[in-house]
Write a protein that binds this ligand. Structure first.
Ligand code: DC
Length: 232
């Protein structure tokens, strides 16, 4: 009998820059699960507001425009494609401006409510690895596997600093570290769906490990979960 990962539900939460999506994508591919990047949904709402001149910091204005935001998720060669009003968003959601808007709109109750059912629907189908901030606490409280995937702010800043320097950006390490600490504070201190490990999640600090080591570790965790599920 081979290991059957197909019915597993896996929630991966953690702060920005911890490498959740990289490891979740790799593990999803190895285990034949669908990877759902929920941050992309918040980014898409943020992008809509940005492109339509709506301030992401104005909760009432954002809430009033939500009925116009048509988001569709599809998969091409196993890769998640998010479309906004019929057009794939591509890398438009990855700019610094779009990231700031995503962070702001994600703190608005109407936005979280707006994206809730779509995420719960995906969770109900099973065979998924979802990453975000509130997956184990709000979206899939009954997930088979819950992981809080993190690294210290210093390690995350070192990684981000290296990336930005390689792209030729003129930043100092202190600036990058301060930005990461500020975003952590915002994500953890917000009232609504704050970033925190679910009580039954495995908290994993990946500081000393390579991506390969982390995905091998995750595959081990999934194998154990699949085995336990099959015995029930
Ligand atoms: O994971 P990311 O950086 O792509 O997420 C973009 C923003 O959306 C980030 O500011 C946190 C927010 N987010 C959230 O509040 N809840 C989620 N489940 C996923 C992302």
């Amino acid at each position: 009998m081979t290991t059957d990962f197909k019915s597993l539900t896996v929630a991966i939460d953690g702060p920005s820059g911890a490498g959740k999506s990289t490891v979740a994508k790799l593990a999803a591919e190895l285990a034949g699960l669908v990877y759902v990047d929920t941050g992309a949904l918040y980014r898409t709402v943020g992008l809509y507001m940005l492109e339509h001149g709506v301030s992401a910091n104005d909760p009432e204005a954002v809430a009033a425009r939500l009925p116009e935001v048509e988001i569709e998720l599809s998969y091409e060669d196993g890769k998640q494609v998010v479309s906004l009003c019929g057009e794939p968003v591509g890398d438009r959601i990855r700019t610094e401006e779009a990231s700031l808007c995503a962070s702001a709109v994600s703190q608005i109750p109407a936005v979280r409510e707006f994206l809730l059912e779509m995420q719960k629907d995906l969770a109900r189908k099973g065979g998924v690895i979802m990453d975000g901030r509130d997956i184990g606490t709000v979206i899939m409280p009954d997930a088979d596997v819950k992981i809080f995937y993190t690294a210290t702010a210093r390690t995350r800043a070192e990684r981000r600093f290296r990336e930005q320097r390689e792209k030729g950006m003129d930043v100092t390490f202190e600036e990058v570290l301060a930005a990461i600490e500020e975003r952590d504070r915002q994500d953890m201190e917000r009232e609504l769906a704050p970033l925190k490990p679910a009580e039954d999640s495995i908290v994993f600090y990946n500081d000393p490990f390579s991506i390969e080591a982390c995905s091998a570790w995750l595959l081990g965790v999934l194998t154990r979960a699949a085995w336990e599920k099959a015995r029930k």
